[in-house]
Design a binder for this molecule. Structure first.
Ligand code: NCD
Length: 346
């Protein structure tokens, strides 16, 4: 599998997803075998939006593979305050590293970033629709619990319209057979009473059965995938409380659930998922967060050790897009830089 960038979960076929899962399995089974897989490489993490798990698990994954990490997670520490563009910043990141892991609030920005780079770009969350590595983790966690994703009955809960994790998961689930989709949708006043937006329906590519509350949905699903009821989307506190109430997952509610039910949440959680669920066997969300490391190790290894140039998917091989004179010059500068770096490092 020759892969250049991971921008969207639909850059990956089902068999590529499954290959990454087997690699994550190997990493979990024989972690010692992978400690030098990326020795001598540098991973750059550029987070233009806040993050806890995603950035730290990427960085942990890089270190565990023997790579070193450059990280920008506070844009005030860059020259963007002076008016330097994001794309100039990402171009530099590409010069200084062997892969860029980036998060940004604007939809579509990853396509622009990738054109500034000759190293792989991994999307760590973009806009309101794409979060491919979260989806890999979510699918992997569900597969670990249920053995298969085919035929799974998934219940989505929370501010689905405003969640890139949900939209990306829906696209990912599209690779699997006979998946049933159910949902409890917490819309803010701007969207209350309107049907699920077209981008969500398009991501799902199968019907989504709407329910009025988690309680009403429980008998229909194997997996509860909960996301935040995003307080920041609401100005009407009473509506927020009402939406929260129909979405809240708590221990007493789960007493009525089938024993195999799994509760997942991409985290961070707020009041939609009670801490009294933590000690129950249905809690799969901490495991899900922990799987972030082996999954992201599998992704970094896969994207950073392939032969460059033979790009596929959303590839941007230099040859493919045609290198302009200025780029050719900067490539030569990079070669000099990386040679110098090598002699400094070894
Ligand atoms: C989410 C994100 O940033 O998209 N979290 C994550 O990556 N684990 C969801 C959120 O912020 O609510």
């Amino acid at each position: 599998m020759a892969l250049k960038n991971l921008i969207s979960i639909d850059d990956l076929s089902r068999s590529e997803i499954e290959t990454l899962f087997s690699e994550a399995d190997d990493i979990r089974r024989f972690p010692g075998e992978f400690g030098n897989a990326l020795a001598g490489k540098i991973v750059f993490t550029l987070f233009c939006q806040p993050s806890t798990r995603t950035r730290l698990s990427f960085e942990s994954a890089a270190y565990r593979l023997g790579a070193r990490v450059l990280s920008v997670c506070d844009m005030h520490s860059t020259r963007q305050g002076l008016g330097e563009s994001l794309l100039d910043t990402t171009r530099m990141a590409g010069y200084y590293s062997d892969a860029l892991v980036a998060r940004h609030a604007d939809h579509g920005v990853m396509e622009q970033i990738k054109d500034t780079l000759d190293v792989p770009l991994i999307n760590a969350g973009e806009g309101l629709a794409r979060h491919p590595t979260q989806t890999l983790i979510d699918l992997y966690t569900a597969r670990e619990h249920f053995d298969t994703l085919d035929g799974l009955r998934v219940g989505l809960v929370g501010g689905l319209r405003y969640s890139r994790a949900v939209k990306s998961l829906l696209v990912g689930l599209g690779q699997f057979r006979d998946v049933e989709l159910h949902a409890v949708d917490a819309a803010s006043e701007a969207d209350e009473g309107t049907p699920l937006p077209a981008d969500l329906a398009a991501a799902a590519r199968r019907p989504i059965h709407l329910h009025d509350s988690v309680q009403a949905m429980l008998g229909h699903v194997d997996l509860l995938y909960v996301v935040r009821v995003q307080r920041e989307m609401f100005s009407d506190v009473a509506l927020y409380q009402r939406q929260l109430e129909k979405c809240r997952v708590h221990r007493a509610l789960l007493a009525k659930a089938p024993p195999w039910l799994a509760v997942m949440h991409c985290l961070p959680r707020t009041d939609e998922l009670d801490t009294d669920v933590d000690p129950t066997p249905q809690n799969k969300y901490f495991l899900q967060a922990a799987y972030g490391v082996p999954l992201r190790m599998a992704v970094l290894r896969r994207y950073m050790t392939q032969p460059q140039g033979g790009a596929s998917g959303s590839g941007n091989g230099v040859g493919a897009r045609g290198m302009m004179a200025a780029d050719a010059l900067s490539r030569r500068a990079i070669d000099v830089l990386s040679n110098d770096e090598l002699s400094l490092a070894w």
